[in-house]
Ligand binder design. Structure first.
Ligand SMILES: Cc1cc2nc3c(=O)[nH]c(=O)nc-3n(C[C@H](O)[C@H](O)[C@H](O)COP(=O)(O)O)c2cc1C
Length: 306
């Protein structure tokens, strides 16, 4: 197991379609201790080894955690070695419930294969010189919770940290994330546990740490369009207070994101997705979203928020 220690408590969650390189840079700037790429297919990486930029948007020198998904051990190892020079951490996805992932026996489908999982992760840990982490869900359903068994297998394999999003696959994003399951893992494991699920404010973030004892907190949806949340969480943990974000600041952050994303060649459709997220934070969100919907280029999007 490789030593795993981050300079802060709060991690940007991998979010397909959202956590692109420009957004990750902003989250880092506002104090995220680590950012994770969206899940990336190991087959895609191996196939596109010579044109990695087609499948992986990582900036020169960025070194995020790169999240991989797949099922075949040899392909996973091969892909990890290809991306290792670009990454500070390899994160392995064992939680994605999307049918196009589980139908490949990857993502959450692997929760049902602890023996195979242990083989994959052991090989991965052996193959790369950087820490390997894993992100899991609680299990397929409430009647079939496997997170403890899976987490122990992963720890045995030499994984450096486990992130638990404690919803079941069946739950999708419905209901509540049961944080007591995060506490279960903190008590069970020797390696750091990262708690995830339903942290929407600095108060939630602090509460998760105090209630569960988790070493790190991963934040997804609440950070989408709001990278300043990381600074608020850090400030709140340190001082017990934080500055509210003004509408002007929220707009300014989006404008910076949009131009950065454009300069990195990020597709306009993705920049629009972020604009939709940002629009949520304003009164009159419906009207803003309509205007975002008809914008044709980055300048028009920026005008919506000016
Ligand atoms: C749009 C979207 C895309 C996501 N993509 C990924 C992904 O690529 N990999 C992953 O492990 N989890 C993914 N997730 C799950 C999040 O990382 C996180 O576990 C989940 O949203 C719960 O955290 P939250 O309540 O802070 O959002 C995604 C979630 C959303 C909403």
């Amino acid at each position: 197991m490789k030593r795993f220690s981050l300079p802060g408590k709060f991690i940007l969650a991998p979010m397909a379609g959202i956590s692109d390189a420009a957004f990750r840079e902003q989250c880092k700037q506002y104090g995220a201790a680590l950012t994770v790429t969206e899940l990336t297919s190991v087959e895609g990486i191996v196939r596109k080894e010579q044109e990695l930029k087609d499948v992986l948007d990582v900036q020169e020198g960025e070194k995020p955690a790169i999240q991989l998904f797949g099922n075949d051990k040899d392909t996973i190892v091969k892909a990890a070695k290809i991306v290792e020079p670009l990454a500070s951490v390899i994160d392995f996805n064992i939680g994605c419930p999307a049918p196009h992932i589980t139908s490949q026996e990857a993502g959450a489908a692997l929760l049902m294969q602890p023996v195979h999982l242990k083989e994959i992760l052991s090989a991965l840990v052996e193959a790369v010189g950087i820490p390997v982490t894993a992100k899991i869900r609680a299990g397929p359903s409430e009647n079939h919770l496997v997170y403890k068994e899976v987490a122990l297998a992963l720890q045995d394999a030499g994984v450096s940290m486990i992130t638990l999003h404690p919803r079941t696959v069946k739950q999708g994003y419905g209901g509540r994330a049961d944080w007591s399951r995060i506490k279960d893992l903190v008590e069970l494991l020797d390696i750091p546990v990262c708690g995830n699920g339903d942290v929407t404010t600095p108060e939630d973030a602090k509460k998760m740490i105090y209630e569960t004892g988790c070493r790190y907190v991963m934040i997804g949806r609440a950070a989408a369009g709001n990278p300043y949340l990381f600074q608020q969480c850090n400030d709140y943990l340190k001082t017990g207070s934080y500055e509210k974000i003004t509408d002007e600041k929220r707009k300014k952050l989006f404008v910076e994101y949009a131009y950065k994303a454009e300069s990195l060649g990020i597709k306009f459709s993705r920049i629009k997705v972020m604009a939709m997220q940002v629009a949520r934070g304003f009164t009159g969100a419906k009207d803003l979203r309509l205007r975002v919907g008809v914008a044709q280029d980055v300048d028009e999007l920026v005008a919506v928020f000016s």
